[in-house]
Design a protein around this ligand. Structure first.
Ligand SMILES: [Zn+2]
Ligand SMILES: [Zn+2]
Length: 230
């Protein structure tokens, strides 16, 4: 045990038990979300976008670890305001263990060319928000995820507009609210590849859909959305 563990003992985000950020019981309590098509949010095998829901600049699929409740929700809220790399690693490992056990369409896609044609891109925060927190939780997840799978990582997108709160808006208003919010950064050389777009939570999907639109308008081939919760 190192000294930091003594000074700041790890507690389970779900039940406060000492020893780890996620105890085995709380891991098994994560409710697996049924995979859905990002277009219509109806069930879809592997989270692949239904053929009838395909749009020219739309998402190709959506994979989420679980339902936004219980220990998963606590973990996501905790990491939003405090940089805890180990907790991000735990969440990514839980995702990858699940993939290893049950397989998923997205993993099969990534493995096709040994991951060489995929790049992992986080959904960006506006710089003012990033400064007040000091980090972007989606970048933290995206980096750990890219590291674990040996994929390229790129902060290809930036948020150049502060969006007003999305709370209370219906999906069409959310879409309008988020329009023209994102653009490419100077690090966009990799986006002609397939992209895994990482965010913490899928709510209405308007943010992820808008990011996908910008990436595809600029040459990205496939764009999959990966979120911890939905
Ligand atoms: Zn626990
Ligand atoms: Zn659909």
């Amino acid at each position: 045990m190192n000294i930091l563990d003594l000074l700041f003992p790890k507690k389970c985000v779900g039940c406060n038990k000492l020893g780890a950020y996620f105890c085995p019981g709380c891991i098994s309590n994560i409710l697996q979300a049924e995979l859905v098509c990002p277009g219509c949010e109806r069930p879809s095998i592997g989270g692949v976008t239904h053929p009838v829901c395909r749009r020219k600049f739309g998402l190709d699929g959506l994979w989420s670890l679980g339902v936004y409740s219980g220990s998963l929700r606590s973990a996501i809220q905790k990491i939003k305001y405090r940089y805890i790399k180990e907790l991000a690693e735990d969440l990514v490992d839980i995702t990858l263990e699940y993939w290893a056990k049950s397989g998923t369409f997205l993993l099969d896609e990534i493995k096709k060319n040994y991951g060489k044609d995929w790049v992992v891109v986080p959904v960006p925060l506006h710089w003012t928000r990033k400064n007040s927190r000091g980090f972007n939780q989606s970048s933290l997840f995206a980096k750990v995820f890219a590291d674990r799978l040996g994929l390229d990582y790129s902060e290809a997108l930036k948020r150049h507009k502060m969006t007003s709160s999305q709370v209370g808006l219906d999906s069409q208003k959310r879409r309008q609210n988020i329009k023209n919010t994102f653009s490419l950064t100077m690090n966009h050389e990799l986006i002609t590849n397939n992209t895994i777009l990482v965010d913490d939570v899928w709510t209405t999907g308007s943010t992820l859909k808008e990011c996908c639109y910008v990436l595809k308008r600029n040459g990205a081939k496939k764009v999959w959305s990966l979120t911890l919760a939905r």
